[in-house]
Design a protein around this ligand. Sequence first.
Ligand SMILES: [Zn+2]
Length: 161
Amino acid sequence: MAARRVNPRAVKLHRSYSVPELAACFGVHKNTVRHWQRDGLKPLDGGRPVLFQGATVRAFLSTRNASRKRPCSPGTLYCFRCREPRPPALGMVDFVSFNDKSGNIRAICATCETVMHRRVSKTELASILPGCDVQYVEALRRLKGSSPPSLNCDLERQAAA
Ligand SMILES: [Zn+2]
C-alpha cells in the first residue's frame, strides 16, 4: 500500500524503541520500520535486538516528511499512480479556472496515462508548466446564468425530461 505519512511526534525523544515498539507506536508494519532503517534510520550501536533512539527516529521522519512535500519541479505534475512528478503527455495541459485567480491544472501522465490534477493560481501557471500547451477551460458553474447553454446541453436536457 501507499506509504502513509506518520507523525514524528509519536515517539518520545529520550526513549529507545525496538522495531516492534516503533511499529506499534506509529501503527505501521514492522517491515516499514526495516525500510526506514534501510533508508538511513540509524539504530543505537551494537544492540540486539536493534534499538532506535526516539530523537533519531523523530529527526529521520521529519526530514523524510519534508522531502515528500517538495513541490514538483517545473514542467511536471504529481502522478498518484507513478508516485512521482511526471511531465504531461505531449506537453498538453487543461487549465480549468474556478475564478479570476485560481484553477485546476489537468493533464495526462506521460508515463502511465493517469489523469493528474493540481490546484494553482493563474500567476503560477507559467512558472509551473513552462512551454506547455495550455488549453483554458472555463468551469461550468462559472457559465451558469452568464451565457446561454450550448445546443448540446439543451438537447440533453430535453432528452432527460
Ligand atoms: Zn503516472
